[in-house]
Design a protein around this ligand. Structure first.
Ligand SMILES: Nc1ncnc2c1ncn2[C@@H]1O[C@H](COP(=O)(O)OP(=O)(O)OP(=O)(O)O)[C@@H](O)[C@H]1O
Length: 272
């Protein structure tokens, strides 16, 4: 079995006159936290949208090694992605606001439902078994992310920082092999961001899930990332450990246009 879970090869995307992603290649290895960094407009979200199949690359392809045989992800329809084992959270939380935390998590399980219309209608043993499995998984994730206290609360009434964890929980309920986290710290205060780092480490170490993350907060990036890919203006600037990438002259130049430390560039945090 290849130790590479996902491989992006020479990806390019053009939107009219804008080359949003230009000949970008990288591998995400099994079990690692791999992070994309770069200034605004670097092309990070576009790379996520290529993996989620929201965008089609102009050139290049993505190979997925999460199944019995490698397959070309860029040939797959968007609705197939979750079932292949790729889950995602969004920069702006996308939850069912007027449902409870538990219901949001159970909805997240629907990719595992193999039961058909008639078995659902008559609540057959297969349907019952699927319900039990969904419930068990949801409770396991609730325990892992310490959400017991909020299990039966409506999402709409929860603080922003808790909603962010619920979105993470919902993604985990799909039992992904690869978790895509789009700016997990955005909108979180310093303490919540530190908690988020712990959750990401637990997801990596306790569940063995690989993580591909886009993130601006270099404290979080340094804490959890095994490898970091820095992009600017659609191109790869550097690949290595967080420390190596932050020390790279091209990365410093892209962020600041001067030889200052990248870690000084942190987005202001919004209080919860
Ligand atoms: N659907 C689209 N149509 C046209 N241009 C787009 C589209 N999506 C992204 N772009 C452009 O592609 C470039 C890369 O954008 P992208 O959102 O991927 O950057 P980013 O690194 O995620 O930035 P940020 O950190 O601000 O989220 C930008 O110039 C952006 O305006």
């Amino acid at each position: 079995m290849s130790d590479v879970l996902l491989s992006a090869q020479d990806l390019s995307v053009r939107f009219g006159g804008v080359l949003a992603v230009n000949q970008v290649s990288f591998d995400v290895r099994r079990g690692e936290v791999f992070t994309l960094i770069g200034p605004n407009g670097a092309g990070k979200t576009t790379v996520f949208n290529l993996i989620s199949r929201i965008y089609q690359p102009t050139t290049g392809r993505i190979t997925w090694n999460g199944g019995a045989a490698p397959l070309t992800l860029t040939d797959q329809p968007p609705h197939a992605i979750a079932a292949l084992g790729i889950a995602r959270t969004f920069q702006n939380i996308e939850l069912f606001e007027h449902a409870t935390v538990l219901h949001n998590l159970l909805i997240g399980r629907h990719v595992h439902r193999r039961t058909g219309f008639w078995s659902e209608l008559f609540f057959t043993p297969a349907t019952r078994a699927a319900e039990v499995a969904a419930r068990e998984k949801a409770e396991q994730v609730i325990d892992l992310l310490d959400l017991q206290h909020h299990r039966d609360s409506l999402v709409a009434g929860l603080p922003y920082g808790v909603r962010k964890v619920v979105e993470l929980a919902r993604a985990l309920c799909t039992e992904p092999q690869l978790l895509l986290l789009d700016e997990p710290s955005s909108g979180l205060n310093v303490e919540e961001t530190a908690d988020m780092a712990f959750w990401i480490q637990d997801i990596q170490h306790e569940l063995g899930i690989s993580v591909l993350m886009v993130e601006h907060d270099m404290t979080l990036v340094s804490k959890v990332s095994d490898r970091v890919l820095a992009m600017a203006q659609g191109e790869v600037l550097a690949l290595g450990s967080a420390r190596e990438v932050q020390a790279d002259a091209r990365v410093i130049e892209a962020y600041l246009g001067t030889a200052e430390d990248v870690s000084s560039l942190r987005r202001p945090k919004v209080a919860a």
